[in-house]
Write a protein that binds this ligand. Structure first.
Ligand code: SF4
Ligand code: SF4
Length: 92
């Protein structure tokens, strides 16, 4: 199990022009703008769980990204609070 970032659509202010997480994510083609929904969207298959996007989004007080656990097969775990601990990101 490891953690990936997930955008909370209702909190994301990309429609107002915010692109902070997209600019800071170090992985190519990982965090992009969903131009249909106008929210940032994480490609969980590419997310390395570094949490940089969470830091910049929270620093701007949007709090629109949370880390969620995924199983070894890449399925998002449904229960919040089951996240793997810090430092376990690459053990999946
Ligand atoms: S930093 Fe937060 S509010 Fe801004 S685009 Fe990313 S998820 Fe949305
Ligand atoms: S956790 Fe890191 S790799 Fe994943 S979307 Fe956020 S900034 Fe990109």
């Amino acid at each position: 199990m490891y953690n990936v970032a997930q955008v909370i659509d209702e909190k994301c202010v990309a429609k107002k022009g915010c692109r902070l997480c997209i600019m800071y994510c170090p992985e190519a083609n990982c965090l992009d703008l969903n131009t249909t929904k106008m929210v940032a969207e994480v490609n969980i298959g590419r997310c390395k769980g570094c949490e940089l996007c969470v830091v910049v989004c929270n620093a701007a007080k949007h709090n629109a990204i949370e880390m969620q656990a995924v199983s070894a097969t890449g399925q998002l775990m449904s229960h919040k609070g089951e996240s793997a601990g810090l430092g376990q990101a690459y053990q999946g």
